[in-house]
Design a protein around this ligand. Structure first.
Ligand code: AMP
Length: 416
């Protein structure tokens, strides 16, 4: 047997998955977002330039594609914000703000565990070209409403932080470096020491409890903002309160990718265990310029992790208005002599939008049992007698009522 690649999954029932996709499409349409799709393969440089060359995603987790002698540097996308920005620039989009969303698989060579896969799915939502901080609050409210009102989730929290502008972070990195290299942080782990040199704000992501207790006394970026950023940070918090979005300030939330500035947020749930974030996002005011546009476009976006959302929904899906299965009719031809007639009958019923399956093999008894297991409403039996009389025996699987019906009347009978 050839097994699936480590860190991937087979989806054998997409009911919940498709429900989430259909609902988010409806929800985002209300907020005037348009659906787009970008390629799954992208140039490696797109992510090196956007996510940052020292981020884990770029240094360790990229799925690089071997193009042999062609030497094209291509990879499977690890996320879709950079792709959306590339599409914005490449297609010379003039409609600003550009409010778009997409969904599909992402690829990261991470250590697989519950809720963490090497191929996973995201819904990516972006607003490109808006400086207004009110946009941040609206985006967060829109996502919160999706989780709370549409998916009826309760057991989650929204964490939020403010990373300031480029200059704020420059000053702050020095402050943090002094702290991390000073006596108060002597006990941090080796990985954090390495991050202090390479990607200093990511030290806060360390899961080690000793490091975390040290970081409680670290200087925080939100306490070291310039006046303009501090006002913006107050605005975001006030607007969220006005829109009744409960949120918690998390001073060590920095998010994994380099392009974020100002507002960053994560939706987390204790029900998910170690990988507790099921949606994350933030502002990326410099990314458009960084990826080669003539003009910078302040932007904000978010990504919802579908697998983690499904883990949460699995536990409360009974509350959701999931689509019910349509009524099923099963045709049973008694022998090979009725196979063609069965095909013809199925074809006619399907043309009238009736859901039909044919069971060709097995004894009548075993096929009746199978039809029952499949949840058939009606079983249509075609034997030699029925064939000669141009009739079909129709059995209602719940009441057990059995009737001989002329083949020409079957559609009407089943439709009523
Ligand atoms: P990110 O693109 O890293 O900001 O992640 C956004 C969301 O995608 C996270 O909050 C997770 O829900 C989901 N996610 C990220 N990485 C993975 C992964 N390896 N497996 C499953 N979900 C993931």
């Amino acid at each position: 047997m050839i097994s699936r690649v480590k860190g991937t999954q087979d989806f054998l029932d997409l009911t919940l998955f498709n429900f989430v996709i259909n609902q988010i499409k409806k929800h985002l349409a209300t907020y005037h977002f348009t659906e787009i799709a970008t390629p799954i393969i992208e140039p490696v440089d797109l992510f090196k330039r956007s996510l940052g060359i020292y981020t884990d995603v770029v240094t360790k987790e990229m799925f690089l594609i071997d193009t042999g002698e062609r030497k094209e540097k291509i990879c499977l996308r690890p996320e879709a914000t950079a792709s959306t920005v590339r599409a914005f620039i490449e297609n010379n989009i003039q409609q600003i703000p550009w409010k778009v969303f997409s969904h599909g698989p992402m690829f990261r060579y991470e250590r697989p565990q519950k809720g963490r896969y090497r191929q996973f799915h995201q819904i990516t939502i972006e607003i490109i070209g808006s400086r207004a901080m009110a946009q941040d609050s609206q985006l967060i409210k829109m996502i919160d409403r999706f989780f709370h009102e549409i998916l009826q989730l309760n057991n989650y929290a929204l964490h939020i932080n403010f990373l300031g502008c480029f200059d704020d972070r420059k000053v702050y990195r020095e402050l943090l470096k002094d702290f991390l290299e000073g006596p108060k942080a002597a006990g941090i782990c080796d990985r954090c020491k390495e991050r202090t040199q390479r990607n200093i704000m990511r030290t806060f992501d360390c899961k080690n409890p000793q490091c975390q207790s040290i970081y409680r006394n670290a200087p925080f970026i939100a306490d070291n903002l310039c006046k303009a950023c501090d006002q913006e940070w107050q605005h975001v918090q006030n607007d969220l309160a006005l829109l009744a979005v409960s949120h918690a300030y998390n001073p060590t939330l920095v998010r994994g990718l380099d392009y974020y500035n100002k507002t960053v947020f994560e939706f987390v749930s204790p029900q998910l265990g170690a990988q507790d974030a099921f949606c994350g996002g933030g502002r990326y005011d410099q990314l458009v310029g960084q990826l080669g546009a003539k003009e910078d476009q302040p932007s904000i976006g978010a990504a919802i992790g579908i697998e983690r959302l499904l883990l949460l929904l699995e536990q409360c899906k009974d509350k959701l208005p999931l689509p019910t299965l349509p009524s099923l009719q099963v045709i049973i031809p008694m022998s090979d002599a009725q196979y063609s007639l069965a095909l013809l009958l199925a074809d006619t019923l399907q043309a009238y939008d009736l859901v039909v399956d044919i069971l060709f093999e097995g004894s009548l008894k075993s096929r009746m049992r199978k039809a029952n297991k499949m949840g058939a409403t009606y079983v249509l039996i075609l034997g030699q007698e029925e064939q000669e009389a141009k009739e079909v025996t129709v059995k209602h699987m719940v009441t057990g009522e059995e009737k001989r019906i002329a083949q020409v009347n079957v559609v009407d009978y089943l439709k009523k």
